[in-house]
Design a protein around this ligand. Structure first.
Ligand SMILES: Nc1ncnc2c1ncn2[C@@H]1O[C@H](COP(=O)(O)OP(=O)(O)OP(=O)(O)O)[C@@H](O)[C@H]1O
Ligand SMILES: [Mg+2]
Length: 431
């Protein structure tokens, strides 16, 4: 037995001793989640008797994995006799051939084609909900690997569904499944963070935030979410439902074109003031011809295709603009005038109030709109004005194209779209 100087906190002992293949832990800030998971991985890698054991720790962003977990891996992993550290790959190599490597969920394509004996998804509430079903789950099949989901809540998103279940798919939730280990650690019950520290945090945070960060509440609204209020209203008013597609009515599309990122497309029908958002599509790593086929296969009768202004920019590699490429594929783009992002966001907030959404076909898009939020400056502890660039940006940006266009299309009373606060007072489309 090697002593790595690690003593599990008693609250995590049941986790380290679990027999279940799957685990979901909802725990308060500073509970010791990341340390416990890193140690669980190192321990599993050392004990694994298969050839070339592979274990992974995934944080929402690569830099986050590096900032948060890497020091723990080195602290506890480096003293193991025969172990070596690979700094550039954030990897610990163990004497039995086992490896523990750190990844960021924003580049989840890099995990494709790999296999894992065990994987930890830390701060899962911040990850793209595709990471698990599309990449991580398949990577565990070869060797019947295990997975641990861990984090603090962030509203009723995918982390909540994994914990609590999903009526739509019939998934009972980690809470209710015998095949899952589950654990919830609230600061008021664990005693890990001292009372004085908790009092201090309570002063720094709103009541909602405190409940979320320290008492594991999934109910608190996501702080800094641009469209949370509007999306909540749409849900309460029953505007997120099954929406029948009106066959006699044309369909517009609104796009966000990713080069190295995802491309997102919304499909909608306009009926007077009412916007029926009937469909959503998102993919990455494929050419424009792929999306042209997606449109054709959908069998809708199209009206306009709204694109951000940068489609008109010449590609350095091919010398043609994407407008030309799109035309060649039978898609005539309508270019949305350039506007300040915050003005577009203001327009979108108003626009959402006119929308009905198909809850099934737009599922991922709806999730993007709900979760799309301001960037947070960890050092200054303040929200930035600008949005966070993550998996939610593509759907949100594409949606903004239609909203921005609708704002100019609509004959509105004067001053109607003069944005709140930061917006310019003359025309919000300025710039
Ligand atoms: N078993 C342990 N023994 C000693 N110190 C520990 C242990 N587990 C965690 N800590 C310490 O507690 C602090 C918080 O640990 P960790 O970063 O794992 O918490 P966390 O729950 O992931 O926090 P956050 O919510 O901020 O990500 C760190 O300073 C860490 O070194
Ligand atoms: Mg952590």
């Amino acid at each position: 037995m090697i002593d790595l100087g690690y003593r599990a906190r008693e609250q995590f002992a049941p986790f380290h001793m679990r027999k279940e293949r799957w685990a979901c832990i909802v725990a308060h800030r500073r509970a010791g989640k990341t340390v416990a998971c890193v140690m669980d991985l190192i321990d599993a890698a050392l004990r694994c008797d298969k050839p070339n054991p592979r274990f992974a720790y995934v944080a929402p962003f690569y830099t986050q994995a590096k900032d948060i977990a890497w020091s723990y891996v080195k602290q506890y992993g480096a003293p193991i006799p025969g172990a070596s550290i690979n700094e550039s790959e954030l990897r610990l190599d163990l004497p039995n051939g086992g490896r523990v490597r750190l990844y960021g969920a924003e580049n989840y394509d890099r995990l494709r084609g790999l296999y894992f004996d065990g994987i930890v998804l830390d701060e899962y509430a911040d990850m793209d909900p595709r990471v698990w079903p599309q990449v991580v789950r398949p990577a565990l099949s070869d060797r019947r690997g295990w997975a641990t989901f861990i984090g603090t809540p962030k509203g009723r998103n995918d982390f909540w569904r994994i914990w609590n279940g999903d009526a739509e798919t019939g998934w009972p939730g980690a809470l209710n499944s015998d095949e899952w280990f589950h654990l919830m650690l609230k600061a008021s019950e664990t005693g890990i963070v001292q009372d004085e520290e908790l009092r201090d945090s309570r002063r720094m945070l709103s009541a909602d935030e405190y409940e979320q960060e320290y008492e594991c509440s999934f109910e608190a609204a996501i702080k800094g979410a641009f469209y949370a209020e509007q999306m909540k209203r749409a849900r309460v008013e029953g505007r997120i439902a099954r929406i029948p597609i009106e066959r006699g009515l044309g369909v517009w599309t609104a796009w966000d074109l990713g080069v190295s990122d995802s491309t997102a497309i919304w499909f909608g029908q306009t009926l007077g003031r009412e916007e029926r958002i009937i469909d959503y599509y998102e993919a990455s790593g494929v050419g424009l011809d792929h999306y042209a086929k997606v449109l054709r296969d959908r069998d809708y009768v199209y009206t306009k295709h709204y694109f951000p202004h940068d489609v008109a920019v010449k590609s350095l590699s091919t010398g043609v603009t994407r407008v030309e490429t799109l035309r060649g594929l039978g898609i005539e783009p309508t270019i949305v005038p350039r506007h300040a992002v915050m003005d577009g966001i203001n327009a979108t907030q108003r626009y959402i109030d006119r929308c009905w959404f198909d809850e099934e076909r737009c599922k991922r898009g709806l999730e993007s709109l709900t979760q799309y939020r301001r960037d947070y400056d960890e050092k200054q502890r303040v929200f930035k004005v600008s949005p966070l660039h993550d998996w939610t940006s593509h759907g949100a940006d594409a949606f903004r194209m239609r909203a921005a266009m609708a704002a100019t299309d609509m004959p509105m009373p004067k001053g109607r779209y003069q944005g709140r606060g930061a917006s310019s007072s003359s025309s919000w489309m300025a710039g």
